[in-house]
Design a protein around this ligand. Structure first.
Ligand code: XIL
Length: 338
C-alpha cells in the first residue's frame, strides 16, 4: 500500500464481548496490527456513547490509551465519529436531553462544545475525522432527523454547524462524511440522497473533503464474475459523480458478511476473497481513494458475529485473519488489490 501512496488500516476496540481487555492489548493481535497497518481507528471509543457519559462530562481515558498506542507504533489515527446522527446510536441522556426555552441555542451549544473540545484536543494528532456519520436514510435518501437536528431547525443546519466547527477546531484535518455505501445492489435512493447532500454542501460552502465509503459488503451465492458487470456500472456512475464534485474517497469500514453462504469454510473463504478483490479493484481504480480501513483484522473480534449472526452460529469469516490469527484468502485478496 505504501509504495502506491495508499494507507491500509483497521479499527481496534477497547473492550470486546470476550475475555480480552482490549483487542490491541492481545499480543497476537497487536503483532498483526503493527505488521500490516499504517492507520487505526477506534471501533467505539471515540463515539459520544464512550466519550460523553453525560451532557457535561468528557471521558477520553480509553481513547487516549489507543491513540498513545498507535503513535508509539508509528501508526496514524482516524477519528470516528464526531457525530453519529442516527438516534438508535445516541447515548440515552442525549435522547432525553431538555433543550429548554431556546432549543436552537442549546443544540448549537451542545454540538459546538463537543466538536470543539474533542477536535481541539486531538488537532494535529488525528489527521482525518468522520465529522458526521450515517445521516442519509438508506431507504428514502432523505436526511435523517433527531431531537438535536429538530432543535437546530433542521438537519442541514446541524450538518453545516458540525463541519464548520470541525474545520475551525482542527484546520489541517481531513473532514469526512461517512455512510454505509458500497457496491451492493438496491442502493439507488440512498446514493441519490448522498449525492444531493454532497451537492448541497458545495453550494453552501460546507467544508467536507471526503466521502467515507463504509463498505460493509455482503457476499451471496452468485459467482462474483456474474455480479461484477451488474454492480460495477452503477457504482462507478455514483463514484464518478462524487469525485466530479471534487470530493476524495476513503474506504473506512471494510468487512464481508457471509451469512448467506454455506458452512464449508474453503468455499466461503474463496467466495469472500473473490468478491472483495473485485470490489476493492473498482474502488482503487479511483486515484482519489488513498485509505483502506478494515473494520477489524481478525474474525475473533468482528462485530458481525453479534450484529448479524449466521444461522449455523459459525463465526463470520469477515476479516483478513481467522480467529487463530492466521491469514486467510481475504488477506491475500486485499494484498493483491493494494
Ligand atoms: C459498530 C461497532 O463495530 C460495534 O461494536 C458497536 O456495537 C456498534 O457500532 N457503522 C459505523 C460503525 O459507522 O461505527 C459501526 O460500528 C458499524 C456500522
Amino acid at each position: 500500500a505504501k509504495t502506491r501512496g495508499l494507507r491500509f488500516g483497521s479499527c481496534v476496540s477497547w473492550s470486546q464481548s470476550g475475555a480480552d481487555r482490549a483487542s490491541f492489548a492481545n499480543p497476537a493481535y497487536a503483532a498483526l496490527l503493527e505488521r500490516d497497518c499504517g492507520v487505526l481507528v477506534a471501533e467505539n471509543e471515540f463515539k459520544w456513547q464512550a466519550l460523553r457519559p453525560d451532557a457535561k462530562t468528557f471521558d477520553v481515558e480509553r481513547f487516549a490509551d489507543m491513540i498513545d498506542y498507535a503513535e508509539a507504533k508509528g501508526m496514524a489515527m482516524r477519528g470516528h465519529t464526531l457525530f453519529w446522527h442516527k438516534t438508535e446510536r445516541f447515548p440515552r441522556w442525549l435522547l432525553d436531553h431538555d433543550f429548554g426555552a431556546d432549543p436552537k441555542k442549546e443544540a448549537t451549544r451542545l454540538l459546538t462544545q463537543h466538536i470543539k473540545t474533542v477536535g481541539k484536543l486531538y488537532a494535529g494528532r488525528i489527521a482525518s475525522f468522520d465529522v458526521v456519520n450515517e445521516t442519509v436514510d438508506d431507504q428514502t435518501g432523505a436526511l435523517r432527523e433527531s431531537n438535536v437536528s429538530k432543535a437546530m431547525g433542521g438537519t442541514e443546519a446541524m450538518l453545516d454547524l458540525a463541519f464548520h466547527t470541525a474545520r475551525a477546531a482542527a484546520p489541517d484535518a481531513e473532514l469526512v462524511y461517512n455512510d454505509y455505501m458500497s457496491w451492493e445492489p438496491g442502493q439507488g435512493p440512498f446514493r441519490s440522497g448522498v449525492l444531493k447532500m454532497l451537492e448541497a454542501f458545495r453550494k453552501r460552502g460546507v467544508p467536507c473533503d471526503t466521502l467515507g465509503l463504509q463498505s460493509h459488503i455482503w457476499v451471496g451465492n452468485e459467482p462474483t464474475a456474474r455480479l461484477v458487470g451488474r454492480q460495477e456500472s452503477d457504482w462507478r456512475a455514483f463514484l464518478d459523480e462524487v469525485v466530479g464534485m471534487g470530493y476524495r474517497l476513503a474506504i473506512t469500514e471494510f468487512d464481508v458478511n457471509d451469512a448467506a453462504l454455506p458452512a464449508d469454510i474453503a468455499t466461503r473463504d474463496r467466495a469472500i476473497a473473490d468478491y472483495s478483490k473485485a470490489y476493492l479493484d473498482i474502488c482503487l481504480s479511483y486515484t482519489q481513494l488513498k485509505d483502506v480501513l478494515a473494520w477489524g483484522m481478525c474474525d475473533k473480534y468482528t462485530w458481525l458475529n453479534g450484529f448479524s449472526p449466521r444461522k449455523d452460529k459459525a463465526p463470520m469469516r469477515a476479516t483478513p485473519y481467522d480467529a487463530a490469527f492466521k491469514p486467510k484468502p481475504l488477506y491475500t485478496a486485499i494484498r493483491q488489490a493494494l
